[in-house]
Design a binder for this molecule. Structure first.
Ligand code: ES4
Ligand code: ZN
Length: 383
C-alpha cells in the first residue's frame, strides 16, 4: 500500500464501536494472569499458546474461535486482572490515535465460572475511568505522551444461554447501572435468533430507556436475524450485519433508518465468514469483503476490531488491511470514520467536536500533500 495512505490511516483520529474486552487478551497477558493466579494452562509455552490463537491462519468458524475465547477468559479471576486487561487495550488503542471506544464485556462468561459480576465490572470500569481522567502513558516515536481515551461500556448477553439466565444476569447488573451505557447480544449466532430474547429486550427498553440496545446479527446468521434485531428487539445499532446485503428490502430499511453497522474486517477473515449462504462460499481474502458494497448502498458501516488479540489486529491493522484489499480512497476512509462518529453513543455536542477534530486532520493532510519532499530533506510548497 501507498505509504502516504498508511500514514493517513495511522494518524487519523478514530472511534471504535465493536470490541469485546475479553477478546483483547493477548497471549502474553493470558500467560501473565495464569501465572499470577496459579492456573495451569494446557499449553507448554507461549509459542504453543500463540499457535492456538492461529496467528496467520483462520478458525474453522465462529464456534471454534468462541471455544478458545471462553477458555482464555478463565485466567480472569480478580478485579486487578480485569483492570490490567482493560488498561493494556486502552494503552494500545491510544497509541493508534483511537480517541473513543465502546466496549462489550460478557458478564455471564465470568459469573458462570464463579467470578462475581462486580469483580469484572469494577476492574474494567476503574481502567476506563482512569483513561478518561488521568489519561494513559503511551510510547509514540520514542517518547512518552499522555493521551486520554473516552468510552462507553456495553453489557452483553450470551445468546447460547437461556433468556431466563439473561434475566438473572440483569438482576446482578442492577446495582451497577451507573456504569453501563447499553446492552448487547453475542456468542453463537446460528440457532439463537434475536427473538429468543424478545422479553428481555422489552424489559431493558422499558426500564432503561436512556441506555442503548444492540445485537450481533448477520455475522454467521441470515438477514432475517437482522430484521428481528431491528423490528423485535428494537436495537439502535447492529453488530456486524454483513448478511444484510443478501436482502435488498433490508438494505433499504437500514439505509433509511441510518442504522449503524459495526463491521469487523479482520474478524470476518479470521472466522472464515460465509459470503454466500446458498453455495456456502467462504471468504478467503479481504478482497472479497463487501464493505464497499455497504458504503455504496448508503449503509452506515464502520470499521472495528472485535477481538483484536485473536484476530491479529487492532483498529489501524483493520483499516489498513481493508483499505489495501478494496483499494479504498482517503474519502472512503474518512467516510468510515465519520460514520463511526455519527452512530456512536456520544452526545450531539461530542459528535460535533469529533467531526471538527477530523476536519482539522483532513485539512492538515491536504495542505501537507501539497508539499513534496526534496532531496535536501526540505519541503517545498506546490501552489
Ligand atoms: C464474538 Cl466475533 C464474535 N461473535 C459473536 N460473539 C462474540 N463474542 C466475542 N467475539
Ligand atoms: Zn463481536
Amino acid at each position: 500500500m501507498d505509504d502516504g495512505l498508511r500514514k493517513f490511516i495511522e494518524g487519523m483520529p478514530k472511534i471504535e464501536l465493536h470490541l469485546h474486552i475479553e477478546g483483547a487478551m493477548e497471549p502474553e497477558m493470558l500467560m501473565k494472569l495464569a501465572e499470577r493466579n496459579g492456573i495451569e494452562l494446557p499449553y507448554k509455552d507461549l509459542e504453543e499458546l500463540k499457535a492456538a490463537y492461529k496467528r496467520g491462519s483462520a478458525y474453522k468458524d465462529l464456534q471454534e474461535f468462541l471455544d478458545l475465547y471462553y477458555q482464555g477468559m478463565n485466567v480472569l479471576r480478580k478485579e486487578e486482572d480485569f483492570y490490567d486487561l482493560t488498561k493494556a487495550y486502552l494503552t494500545k488503542i491510544a497509541s493508534q490515535n483511537v480517541t473513543h471506544t465502546e466496549i462489550f464485556f460478557d458478564p455471564q462468561g465470568h459469573t458462570e465460572r464463579g467470578v462475581a459480576f462486580e469483580t469484572a465490572i469494577n476492574g474494567i470500569t476503574r481502567a476506563l475511568d482512569e483513561a478518561k481522567t488521568e489519561g494513559l502513558d503511551v510510547e509514540v516515536a520514542g517518547r512518552t505522551e499522555n493521551r486520554k481515551v473516552t468510552s462507553k461500556l456495553i453489557m452483553s448477553f450470551l445468546r447460547h444461554m437461556t433468556e431466563k439466565e439473561g434475566f438473572e444476569t440483569l438482576e446482578q447488573a442492577r446495582p451497577h447501572m451507573d456504569k453501563i451505557d447499553g446492552f448487547g447480544l453475542d456468542s453463537s449466532e446460528n440457532g439463537h435468533p434475536p427473538t429468543k430474547f424478545e422479553r428481555l429486550y422489552a424489559t431493558l427498553k422499558g426500564e432503561y430507556p436512556d441506555k442503548r440496545l444492540m445485537a450481533h446479527a448477520g455475522e454467521e446468521g441470515p438477514a432475517s436475524y437482522v430484521w428481528e434485531a431491528i423490528d423485535t428487539l428494537k436495537i439502535d445499532r447492529i453488530d456486524h450485519g454483513n448478511h444484510s446485503l443478501d436482502d435488498s428490502a433490508l438494505v433499504e430499511r437500514l439505509a433509511h433508518d441510518g442504522t449503524g453497522l459495526t463491521v469487523c474486517p479482520l474478524s470476518n477473515l479470521k472466522l472464515s465468514h460465509t459470503l454466500d449462504m446458498d453455495t456456502k462460499q467462504k471468504m478467503v481474502s479481504l478482497k472479497e469483503h463487501r464493505l464497499k458494497d455497504m458504503l455504496a448502498a448508503n449503509l452506515k458501516a464502520t470499521v472495528n476490531s472485535d477481538d483484536p488479540a485473536y484476530f491479529d489486529g487492532y483498529m489501524n491493522e483493520n483499516f489498513i488491511a481493508i483499505a489495501e484489499a478494496l483499494d479504498l480512497t482517503k474519502e472512503d476512509i474518512t467516510k468510515l470514520a465519520r460514520n463511526a462518529i455519527e452512530v456512536s453513543f456520544l452526545s450531539p455536542e461530542e459528535k460535533i467536536q469529533k467531526n471538527e477534530e477530523l476536519d482539522t486532520y483532513i485539512e492538515r493532510d491536504r495542505l501537507s500533500s501539497q508539499y513534496v519532499k526534496q532531496d535536501t530533506g526540505h519541503q517545498r510548497f506546490f501552489a
